[in-house]
Design a protein around this ligand. Sequence first.
Ligand code: PGA
Length: 248
Amino acid sequence: MKHFKIIANWKMYPTVADAHIMATSIRNELEHLEEVEVILCPPAIWLTEVAMIIHQQIDHLHLGIQNVFDQAEGPFTGEISAKMASSVCQYAICGHSERIEHFREGPEFVNNKVHATLKAGLVPIVCIGEREKNSKSKDKLIGKLKQLLTGVSKKELNQVIIAYEPVWAVGGNRPDSPEDVEKIARQFKNAIDVDLSIVYGGSVDDKNARAFLDCQHLDGLLIGRASLKIKDFVHICRQAESIAKKSL
Ligand code: PGA
């Protein structure tokens, strides 16, 4: 039976008024999902605002933070720890490619964030993907995945979500092919040998989402731009619900 996770990464876009309207529409439109968990990742400063809107008796709507620091507390001006985030959300994106590109985060730092996230009781959404379109290498990707998950126990791995996000596909208009994504998802699952949750991200929209949701080894999607268009986002979540129900 399929059960999807659809993650919305609102990045550094919505104002507080936008976040309020977006969260309210999503809550109202997606009140009755059964087989889809929706995880909204607004800018950290609006997490509390969004939490107040979505946590009103809807248990398939959850919140995530777009980034955390790897320390629990200390003199780190401007940073937010996973421990702090855990009082308002349930998930944390770790190592998004935009953080790697603009803030030079390395794999060791991302691995530390994964540990900090798990220690705080949050579910890490660990991003991984090759930089260039024609540089997909199974061995390199699996090596990188193992590096990002170093020291994570088997029990903890059952909670982790892996977001396969080819860097070249994020923020452009050229998604990876569902066939390639399916192949990578299967290889990740075989390599890690636990029932990992794997989602795909990179130029997903309301037209191509179905083809990814139909992939046997994929457990959901991480959506950037299309998650800012609420009509499109709601449509994707409804498609996921209908595919999941058909798989029952
Ligand atoms: P995109 O972003 O859907 O706009 O390509 C994906 C992401 O940020 O993970």
